[in-house]
Write a protein of this length. Structure first.
Length: 108
């Protein structure tokens, strides 16, 4: 009896799903930064990501879930960059220097 599941085909499908999800996230990030939140829909993100109608909702249950995912990623990146800056400072920052570092990191 032959193989029921072709491992190469399964791996290719898995990488295509991952690529689609990344594309949806990229388009969503761009869309949320340009448009008011209330004007954004999962369908509009899917359309801009060039995926079939409803595909975005297969990866994300709602616009809110997608937005929160992007927000968590942005915060994680900010925390990581801030942690690196604080490590480089070696606990030698004054309060005002720390305030400047925080303000600068937020504006980037």
């Amino acid at each position: 009896m032959g193989r029921l599941i072709d491992p190469e085909k399964r791996d290719r499908a898995k990488s295509q799903r991952a690529a689609r999800k990344l594309k949806i996230l990229e388009v969503a990030r761009s869309t949320f930064s340009r448009l008011p939140y209330v004007e954004v829909t999962l369908d509009s993100i899917g359309h801009r990501a060039d995926v079939d109608r409803g595909i975005a909702s297969m990866y994300f249950r709602s616009k809110e879930e997608l937005f929160l995912r992007l927000l968590r990623e942005e915060l994680a990146d900010w925390y990581s960059a801030l942690e690196t800056e604080l490590d480089l400072a070696n606990d030698s920052l004054s309060r005002s220097e720390l305030a400047v570092l925080l303000a600068t990191s937020i504006s980037n």
